[in-house]
Design a protein around this ligand. Structure first.
Ligand code: ARG
Length: 561
């Protein structure tokens, strides 16, 4: 298209064909280009094909309908690509510095399902961007500051005063919070004392800071434990909590006032944003300092934005936060740009997601309406996965069942979330996710295991196997084409940050493999050695892609289950 001097914004819209009737790939962009240039689309398609050098790549091309170009790929070309595993060398490397803000639970309470989606989706994208060669900086913007902590620190003080150890008092963060809240609501003296702690914390008083630090450390340790169980890659060094920006808040507000971006409004400092006006035309108001002098969530986010851009030197800053915070993010980005806290070429991206719903279509809660703790959710998933694993294989020892169930359970929870279009709400359904049927993690983990068992039966080592691929059958070709799409799928996910695209790919790959395996026997007596080895190689590449793809989703595989 370039050599025909077509405008650069004309794209061929090259896609895998949905129907084998139309070849293996389709170029659907000719009609749009022809319309733009006022040309006959069929003629244009013809000139494009005349110019295109597809020798050795396509064995057949034709023009369908008004100007669709159908391309049938030469199997020798696929053989060649797969035999040299060119995908490794074809893999484009990005080299951006990408900051990813995800998980970010509030440390006052135990981690609950409300943090699950950000944690799971953010972690997948961090892995994908790393795979693409970027420098990924994870930022866990934990909520460790604010008035609640005055109350919690006061409660901790009274427990320690009674001779209790901090770790013990805080073993159950949730009930500790309830105790503190009850204390606060019922005992005015305690409430006053708690309020003085808020002030003392802010002024840096060592005694209250020490207590606060004890509380925070225990709470962070709880969260790190959950990350470990969930196979989430966040560690202590990724924690950059809200309090880390305390020193920056005052200067930021001053700067915004000096630049006339923020205004004094009844003692508060406010940024009015016309670009985000509501339906009535009233500008959106973003408070960055309250009239009592206190700073806000938004002020901290502005400071974090500056730090990520100036100190971490990010080219892209991604936020995985609930869609309900969309306006907040827009305000932060808008004010950040105005105040030049971040250069114009840095990409600021809020990748929002919907809410996790229960079977009743309402936000997922316990039967009594409480929030569901992640620790409890994981326990239940493991118990259910154990049952499933046992139902499939009765001969497994108890420790093996436990080890497999852990991976199945975590895989199931993650995959159920990642495989849905992120921007939609999604319904949490135990039976649907912990199942070997359909588009689930156990199905994919099982597909991987099955390929391993083929190698075991042939007394071969999957990792060491290497032989030449010669494609002859249609299902072999279909599998080869799927295998070769891996890198482009990963690239797409790295740009748009929609993990379901990778999930769908892996599900299709596993399904294509299953039909290949049905139609192309591998170990049967009458299959020639060359054919057997070629098919084993295709199976190995499938297993490797499944494992790599699942790994990017944060899901583990096992050679037997
Ligand atoms: N702690 C916040 C919450 O639980 C999420 C923080 C997200 N990140 C951010 N930079 N605002 O809602």
């Amino acid at each position: 298209m370039r050599s025909l001097d077509l405008p650069t914004d004309c794209s061929p819209v090259l896609k895998p064909s949905t129907n084998p009737k139309f070849g293996d790939y389709q170029a659907n962009g000719v009609m749009a280009a022809a319309k733009l240039l006022g040309k006959n689309p069929h003629q244009l398609a013809k000139s494009i094909l005349d110019k295109a050098d597809l020798a050795g790549i396509a064995c057949k091309t034709d023009i369908a309908g008004p100007g669709f170009i159908n391309i049938e790929i030469d199997t020798n070309f696929l053989d060649e690509l797969l035999n040299h595993d060119e995908t490794e060398t074809l893999r484009q490397q990005d080299n951006e510095t990408v900051v990813i803000d995800y998980s970010a639970p509030n440390l006052a309470k135990e981690m609950h399902v409300g943090h699950l989606r950000s944690t799971i989706i953010g972690d997948c994208i961090a892995r994908v961007l790393e795979y693409r060669g970027n420098t990924v900086i994870r930022q866990n913007h934990m909520g460790d500051w604010g008035t609640q902590f005055g109350m919690l620190v006061a409660e901790l003080e009274s427990h320690l005063g009674a001779g209790e150890k901090a770790e013990l008092a805080l073993t159950d963060l949730e009930s500790f919070y309830q105790k503190a809240k009850k204390h606060f609501d019922e005992d005015p003296e305690f409430a006053d004392h708690a309020r003085t702690f808020v002030v003392r914390l802010q002024s840096g008083d060592p005694h209250s800071r020490r207590l606060w630090k004890q509380f925070i450390d225990v709470s962070i340790a709880h969260n790190l434990e959950i990350y470990k169980q969930l196979n989430v890659s966040l560690t202590l060094k990724d924690v950059k909590p809200e309090s880390a920006y305390n020193d920056q808040l005052e200067p930021i507000v001053e700067k915004l006032m000096r630049l006339d971006i923020a205004k004094d409004d009844q003692g508060a400092k406010v940024i009015f944003i016309d670009a985000l006006a509501n339906k009535k035309g009233e500008p959106s108001a973003m408070i960055i300092r309250k009239s009592d002098g206190g700073f806000l969530y938004a002020t901290t986010d502005l400071a974090a934005l500056q730090y990520r851009s100036k100190d971490l030197k990010a080219n892209r800053i991604l936020y995985f936060i609930d869609a309900r915070q969309s306006l907040h993010m827009q305000q932060v980005f808008h004010a950040g740009r105005l105040a030049e806290l971040v250069p114009p070429d840095v990409s600021l991206e809020h990748h929002a997601f919907g809410t996790m719903m229960g079977q009743d279509g309402k936000p997922f809660k316990t039967r009594t309406g409480g929030t569901i703790k992640l620790a409890r959710l994981i326990d239940e998933a493991i118990a259910r996965a154990e049952k499933l694993v046992k139902s499939k294989n009765l001969s497994l020892s108890e420790p093996r069942v436990k080890a497999i169930a852990q991976k199945v359970a975590i895989g199931a929870i993650k995959y159920a979330d990642l495989s849905k279009t992120r921007t939609h709400d999604y319904i949490f359904d135990w039976d649907g996710m912990i199942s070997f049927d359909g588009n689930t993690a156990p199905y994919l983990q099982y597909a991987y295991t099955r390929i391993n068992s083929i190698f075991k039966r042939a007394d071969l080592d999957l990792e060491d196997h290497s032989s030449v691929i010669i494609i002859t059958e249609a299902t072999e070709k279909k599998l080869a084409l799927k295998l070769l799409q891996f890198e482009e799928i990963i690239e797409q996910v790295s740009v748009d940050c929609y993990p379901h695209v990778l999930c769908n790919y892996l599900y299709e790959l596993a399904s294509v493999f299953m039909s290949f395996y049905e139609q192309c026997p591998i170990l049967r007596q009458d299959i020639s050695t060359a054919k057997k080895n070629s098919r084993l190689e295709l199976a190995k590449l499938t297993a490797n892609r499944l494992a790599s793809g699942l790994d990017l989703l944060g899901i583990e595989v096992m050679s037997a289950m």
